[in-house]
Design a protein around this ligand. Structure first.
Ligand code: SAM
Length: 326
């Protein structure tokens, strides 16, 4: 009856559901968004704790089952079920999101939520354990990656609960964790497109020094192309985005973060660098780039150790030198 492809793993342990509810800090006045309610085990307790629940479910059979479960109960007037793909539908207003999601949509969903306006108070979500550990990873942790940096730019993230696979029917192949995501209000004043452009380059080889990353020909030619385009257009690139551009940019932060296969790092260090042919063409621009790194003392640093503040500082130095990432 359960579709593996839709990530259908039903929560069977009522104590675990209680603990998720308790840790999520739902208020009686809250409109709750649930994604993938399935048969409604979590939905029922959400309805007991909040004012109303909007549940988005892809599988029409589950939608029917859910409606049947609450039909004729006092809950039915406080539950709205939307049938569809959560990644494709417009989300309604909500105060808090609590969900046991299908793991294959983890990163696009996270950034879809974070681009939603008005910003919600918090999201309490079950993720695959490794994805959860990447979300909360700090500089220096092995799992620190583009996902950690981009999520933590927009939200405070904390690990709430480890959940073994046997709490689900059928049990998934991996363990899980519940994570709390609280959007930062206000959001930091950065251009998210530029931010992601920089962070992608830095984490492409996160254990190399920035000096060697920014000496790569592919990186230099990309940046030089941007540089020349902007100069030619004589754009006053002040980096500000309107609301629509902002929402697009935020959801794009999750782009091609193929859940868990992202940030492949060969673990090798600087040895096998692209050969620097030292030809004079373009070396002026290269000096410009390397000067930026020197200014901020970044040449010998590695992305795996850089904090949010470091990345912001680095981006501002590049921008001041007229170098842009989008
Ligand atoms: N919340 C239930 C529970 O905890 O017992 C079920 C969770 S199950 C891991 C994920 C649910 O999400 C399934 O019911 C599945 O049909 C639904 N689903 C899968 N992909 C979806 C999508 N793109 N949009 C909305 N729901 C989806």
């Amino acid at each position: 009856p359960f579709h593996k492809s839709k990530g259908q793993h039903i929560l069977k342990n009522p104590l675990l559901i209680d603990s998720i509810i308790q840790k999520s800090g739902i208020k009686p006045t809250d409109v709750i968004l649930e994604i993938g309610p399935g048969t409604g085990n979590l939905t029922k307790k959400l309805l007991e704790a909040g004012k109303s629940v909007v549940a988005v479910e892809l599988d029409p059979r589950m939608v029917l089952e859910l409606q049947r479960r609450f039909q004729g109960t006092p809950f039915s007037s406080r539950l709205k079920v939307i049938q569809g793909d959560v990644l494709k539908c417009d989300l309604p207003y909500f105060d808090i999101c609590v969900a046991n999601i299908p793991y294959q949509i983890s990163s696009p969903l996270t950034f879809k939520l974070l681009s939603h306006r008005p910003l919600f108070r918090c999201a309490v979500i079950m993720f695959q354990r490794e994805f959860a550990m990447r979300l909360v990873a700090q500089p220096g942790d092995t799992l620190y990656c583009r996902l950690s940096v981009n999520t933590q730019l927009l939200a405070r993230v904390s690990h709430l609960l480890k959940v073994g696979r046997n709490n689900f029917r059928p049990p998934p192949k991996v363990d899980s964790s519940v994570v709390r995501i609280e959007p930062r209000k206000p959001l930091p004043p950065v251009n998210f497109k530029e931010w992601d452009g920089l962070v992608r380059i830095c984490f492409n080889r996160k254990n190399k020094t920035l000096g060697s990353i920014f000496r790569q020909k592919t990186v230099l030619s990309l940046l030089e192309k941007n540089y020349k385009t902007l100069q030619a257009l004589q754009l006053s690139h002040d980096g500000s985005l309107d609301d629509t551009e902002m929402a697009l940019a935020v959801s794009a932060l999750g782009n091609s973060l193929e859940d868990l296969s992202m940030d492949v790092d060969d673990g090798k260090d600087d040895e096998e660098m692209e050969v620097d042919d030292g030809n004079a063409k373009g070396s002026e621009f290269k000096e410009k780039v390397l000067n930026v790194l020197k200014q901020g003392d970044f040449e010998e640093k590695r992305s795996s150790k850089l904090t949010q503040t470091d990345f912001m500082f680095l981006l501002s130095l590049f921008n001041k030198a007229g170098i842009h990432f989008s």
